[in-house]
Design a protein around this ligand. Structure first.
Ligand code: SAM
Length: 285
C-alpha cells in the first residue's frame, strides 16, 4: 500500500496511535505527485545507494526503494521504527537505522560506498544537517532535499541580495545548487506555517575556487556576515575569532583593488577566497 496520501497517512497514524512530535519537526508528505517529483529530481537509478534522513512513516522510502539499489534510512524517533518495519516490509533493499543523523559517521553509512541523499528534512535542524553532509567529506554525490523556501533561497543566491550570507557561500563552495520547485503547506500533515521548496545540490569533486585554507576563509565569511551592515574592514578587524588589525584588512583590500568601504555582502566566493589567501598570514589565530 502506498502511504503518501492524506487518507492512508491518517489511517496509519490512528491505527498505531502515533502522536506527531513537533520537537522532531514531523511534517509528513501526503501528496503523491510531490513525492514523485522529489524522487525524480534526485535522478535515482538501480545502481544508486540512497541515504534518507528522517523516513517518518516511509512514504518517500517506498518510492526510493523501488528505484534504488539500496536505501539506508536514519530515523531519530524510536516510536516510528515499528511503523516503518510494517510499511516497508515488502522491500528487501531497505536498512532502517534508529538514530540521530547528527551523530552518524557519514563515511560509514551505506557500507562505505558512494551515495545520494534524499530527504524531507526536519526544519528545526536543516542548516546543521546540510553543513554536516557537505563538510564531512563523505562519498556523497548529490543531496535532494525538501527545506523551508526561505532557506532554499539563501542557498542559491549571490552577492547583493538580502538573502546572501554564510550559508550561500558554504553551499556554493561544496555544491552546485538548483531550485527544483516550491511546495505549499497543503502537501503535508500537519501543515507547516511556511512554504517549502525542493533543492538539489550536486556535490563537486573539487570546489570551484582554490583557497589555501577553507577553514580560515569560512571564519572570514562568518565575521563579514555577523556584522553585515558594517564595512568589511570594520567587521573583520573587530572579530575576536580572527584577530586581524584594521590596517592589515585595508592593505589586503587595496592589494586586491577593492574599496575600503566595501561590505561582505558584495563579495563573490572567488573574492572571499583571494582575500582569505592574502589575510591568512596577518591573523594570529
Ligand atoms: N520523510 C517523511 C515524509 O516525508 O513524510 C518525514 C519527514 S519529517 C519533515 C522529518 C523526519 O525526520 C521525521 O520523521 C523526524 O522524526 C525525523 N528526524 C528529526 N530529527 C532527526 C534527526 N536528528 N535524525 C534523524 N531523523 C530525524
Amino acid at each position: 500500500m502506498r502511504i503518501g496520501t492524506a487518507g492512508n497517512t491518517a489511517d496509519i497514524l490512528s491505527r498505531h496511535k502515533f502522536n506527531i512530535r513537533k520537537k522532531y519537526g514531523q511534517n509528513f508528505l501526503v501528496d503523491a505527485s510531490m513525492l514523485d517529483k522529489i524522487v525524480n529530481a534526485a535522478g535515482i537509478g538501480g545502481d544508486d545507494n540512497v541515504l534518507e534522513i528522517g523516513p517518518g512513516l516511509g512514504a518517500m522510502t517506498q518510492l526510493l526503494a523501488e528505484r534504488a539499489g539500496s536505501v539506508t534510512a536514519v530515523e531519530i524517533d524510536k516510536e516510528l521504527i515499528p511503523i516503518l518495519k510494517e510499511t516497508l516490509s515488502g522491500y528487501d533493499n531497505v536498512n532502517i537505522i534508529n538514530g540521530d543523523i547528527m551523530k552518524q559517521d557519514l563515511k560509514e553509512l551505506c557500507g562505505g560506498e558512494k551515495y545520494k541523499v534524499v530527504a524531507n528534512l526536519p526544519y528545526y535542524i536543516t542548516t546543521p544537517i546540510v553543513m554536516k553532509l557537505l563538510e564531512e567529506n563523505a562519498a556523497i554525490e548529490s543531496i535532494t532535499i525538501m527545506i523551508q523556501k526561505e532557506v532554499a533561497q539563501r542557498m542559491q543566491t549571490g552577492p547583493g541580495s538580502k538573502d546572501y550570507g554564510a550559508l550561500s557561500l558554504a553551499v556554493q563552495y561544496y555544491a552546485k545548487p538548483a531550485y527544483i520547485c516550491t511546495v505549499p503547506p497543503e502537501c503535508f500533515i500537519p501543515r507547516p506555517g511556511v512554504d517549502s521548496a525542493v533543492m538539489r545540490l550536486d556535490v563537486y569533486e573539487k570546489p570551484p575556487v582554490k583557497v589555501k585554507s577553507p577553514e580560515f576563509m569560512f571564519k572570514l565569511i562568518r565575521a563579514a556576515f555577523n556584522q553585515r551592515r558594517k564595512t568589511l574592514g570594520n567587521a573583520v578587524s573587530g572579530d575576536a575569532a580572527l584577530n586581524i588589525s584594521r590596517e592589515a584588512v585595508q592593505q589586503a583590500l587595496a592589494e586586491l583593488g577593492m574599496s575600503e568601504q566595501i561590505r561582505g555582502e558584495r563579495l563573490t566566493l572567488e573574492e572571499f577566497a583571494r582575500l582569505a589567501d592574502v589575510l591568512e598570514d596577518s591573523s594570529d589565530k
